[in-house]
Design a protein around this ligand. Sequence first.
Ligand code: PEP
Ligand code: MN
Length: 338
Amino acid sequence: MIVIMRHNAQDEEIEAVLVKLEKNGFQIHLSRGVERTIIGAIGEKTRMGIAGLEAMPGVENVVPILQPYKLASRVFHDEGTVIRVGGQEIGGDTVQVMAGPCAVESREQLLATAIAVKEAGATILRGGAFKPRTSPYSFQGLEIEGLKLLAEVRKVTGLLIVTEVMDTKTLPLVAEYTDILQIGARNMQNYFLLREAAKVDKPVLLKRAPSATVEEWLMAAEYIMAGGNYNVILCERGIRCFESYTRNTLDLTAVPAVKYLSHLPVIVDPSHAIGKWRFVRPMARAAVAAGADGLLVEVHPNPSEALCDGPQSLTPDNFAAMMSELKQIAAVMGRKIS
Ligand code: PEP
Ligand code: MN
């Protein structure tokens, strides 16, 4: 439930409510706004009546949260969350574009891509160092060498970094290098990993699993938030259905739906959703028009030579053309791109 305190509630009144909730076994999440304090009280079952709380001095209103996700719910946080990372905002006026190769392959490849995507207006460099590949025989990533290259290229270009963490064992290492931790589609319901990511003081980009409902996806975000990390960016990357012409099916309805249900920023990855580079641009345009807070796009200087996901990677020229279209669409939406 949410306990909304009156705008002039005294500190002692807030404290008394917290003590009562804690005594009743609730986990407390306090949000002290400029206007008023809101207390999120999370428990498996309602152990105490709302009436008793409403009678307490300083309490304005008590609202039950009916959805199974609480902290991720818009009921808990009426305004959209803006995540601040390295001087950039995700969920604010700017549509943030994260771009780069599927996998970090070499210094030359990463640097060339980073320079090109930055020039076109991207603010965050993506690149996998640990790759979740369907086949054990495919390129698995440069691992620590890949992380070092990402850090080096960040230094040269000033771009922030987002890279995937695949397990709890390598989490401390990845967290040391990256600005944003990516949890991939295959790991969306790896609850041990979600719990550990909750302890890291870095935003988490949580991809939707290909067969997850919106509710399951928000419950995965709830794990991270319940563990104390409120900086979760949701990423729609296509879901599985009967269609096989495209790699997955981009569920663009998830953008307005999640924005309605949750306060968390939502971005779209058209590359993994579609799997074919020629459809990435139109769906990126549609994502910005649908209200996405950002995009995650694969770009490779030479897609035909890519060690991973070449068929869905844009060339730098195509990426630049996409960005100039997106700038116009963002402007219509009252937003900007870098
Ligand atoms: C990726 O972004 O590199 C990736 C593997 O994507 P997904 O987890 O969405 O398949
Ligand atoms: Mn990829």
